[in-house]
Design a protein around this ligand. Structure first.
Ligand SMILES: [Zn+2]
Length: 59
């Protein structure tokens, strides 16, 4: 069974991607920025493997 991959959000530009590990350099803004885990873990938004719309709209 495949583990759902977490979502990561660049705290600099807001770029989101789904990967096991966040990239070292953001492919969108090209900065070494902090990636925030934006995965939703509650069934309300689909559970693991889905992005949390609340986190996604934060920046
Ligand atoms: Zn970025």
């Amino acid at each position: 069974m495949d583990e759902p991959q977490p979502w990561w959000k660049c705290s600099n530009c807001g770029y989101t991607l789904q990967a096991v590990q966040p990239p070292e350099v953001c492919p969108s803004c090209g900065q070494k920025c902090i990636f925030v885990d934006a995965t939703c873990y509650i069934p309300e938004c689909g559970g693991p493997g889905n992005i949390d719309p609340q986190i996604a709209s934060k920046w």
